[in-house]
Design a protein around this ligand. Structure first.
Ligand SMILES: Cc1ncc(COP(=O)(O)O)c(C=O)c1O
Length: 380
């Protein structure tokens, strides 16, 4: 089946009453036949039918064997980080999501886990990697600078040294990029974003093929308890049905906005891999079906006032997050990426005039007109 068909028909089917929409099982516990024999579901922290249906759907869309649904994207990352032991080291993309950075800086050290930031994974020589590296954690494109990593190249080099490759695929979803097919071991998602698609819940997924990994993560998931609640799982399934349609419009809008801003007097630099001028454009075109709906740009603050610009927007909400049908804009340095120390932000290019924009699914002309009227009001 094609992706768009699976998005509508994938997941578990309801055998009891042949409901078209998979039913919402809100029960925390399930009756067992006797003290020696147990049915598939016992207690909703371990497994719940509605959640299981959504997990199956996300796994099928990725072409993967397993998926765990978690209570947020960060809960998915945290579950994967449980695979690390004291003394291990992680290689991280340089500008990962602020929450992931928070985890690395506040929790890895406490657990005796080291991490190194790799500014350009495409040029990284794995033969020089320290012997204690056990995991590579990549975002491609990164949040917020949209840097692109050649996933196949990194995964191949990492695998040769017994290093696990984890890809945070939140910005593209399996609709546009399939990291497991490129050789990665695990894919993580904030499904709060495009999978759910309506800015009304938090959810995450961990997706992978390896059966031994399934057993380890199943125990961690049960012990940690950060699972996705059935109602939110139901809403994710509902959101996924329109994911390919939404993604096409998000991408169309993002590309048009990026092109519009590229030569705009209010803008210094645009970061979007769909632009031919982006340094990762060729890799992106090779490894993904598109560049998604998120872009960043640096505002020319000498001539335009940032606060006046973001508060003059009528369609774009000045709010963190992305992936919902409505457009959002935020300032990473003081919002999503405030967990980075100012000197690290400066070094990585998360400058104070950087704005991250998530295109909605509205008519392209209306989004561009909204940006232009706000630029006009923000002129110094
Ligand atoms: C790339 C990326 N990964 C992970 C997360 C964390 O997801 P959540 O907010 O669902 O915990 C986010 C949230 O913005 C994100 O952008």
């Amino acid at each position: 089946m094609q992706y768009a068909t699976l998005a509508v028909h994938g997941g578990l089917q309801d055998d009891s009453h042949r409901a078209v929409a998979f039913p919402l099982y809100l029960s925390s516990t399930f009756v067992q036949p006797d003290s020696e024999h147990f049915q598939s579901y016992a207690y909703s922290r371990s497994a719940n039918p509605t959640r299981a249906s959504t997990e199956r759907l996300i796994a099928e869309l990725e072409g993967a064997r397993h998926a765990f649904a978690t209570s947020s994207g960060m809960a998915a990352n945290a579950l994967v980080f449980e695979l690390l032991e004291k003394g291990d080291r992680v290689l991280l993309s340089s500008d990962v999501y602020g929450g992931t950075w928070l985890f690395a800086t506040k929790i890895f050290e406490k657990r005796g886990i080291a991490f190194d930031v790799v500014e350009d994974f495409n040029a990284y020589d794995f033969s020089q990697a320290p012997a204690d590296v056990k995991m590579v954690f990549i975002e491609s494109p990164t949040n917020p600078l949209l840097t692109v990593t050649d996933i196949a190249k990194v995964a191949r080099a990492a695998k040769a040294r017994g290093i696990l490759t984890v890809v945070d695929n939140t910005f593209l979803t399996s609709c546009l990029q399939k990291p497991l097919d490129l050789g990665a071991d695990i894919v993580v998602y904030s499904a709060t974003k495009y999978y759910a698609g309506h800015s009304d819940l938090l959810a995450g997924f961990v997706v992978f093929n390896d059966d031994a990994l399934y057993e380890r993560l199943r125990i961690f998931s049960k012990a940690l308890g950060g699972v996705l609640d059935p109602f939110d799982a139901f809403l994710v399934t509902r959101g996924v049905k329109t994911l390919p349609l939404r993604m096409a419009q998000h991408e169309k809008n993002a590309l048009a906005i990026a092109r519009h801003l590229e030569h705009h007097p209010a803008v210094e630099t645009v970061f979007y891999p769909g632009l031919a001028s982006h340094p990762g454009h060729d890799i992106q075109a090779r490894q993904a079906k598109g560049s998604g709906g998120v872009l960043s740009f640096q505002l020319n603050e000498t001539a335009f006032d940032l606060d006046r610009f973001v508060t003059s927007l009528r369609l774009f909400a000045f709010a963190v997050s992305l992936g919902g049908v409505e457009p959002l804009i935020c300032r990473p340095a003081t919002m999503t990426h405030e967990s980075y120390a100012p000197e690290i932000q400066q070094k990585l290019g998360i400058t104070r005039n950087l704005l991250r924009l998530a295109a909605g699914i509205e008519a392209t002309e209306d989004l561009i007109a909204d940006l232009d009227q706000a630029f006009e009001k923000a002129k110094r």
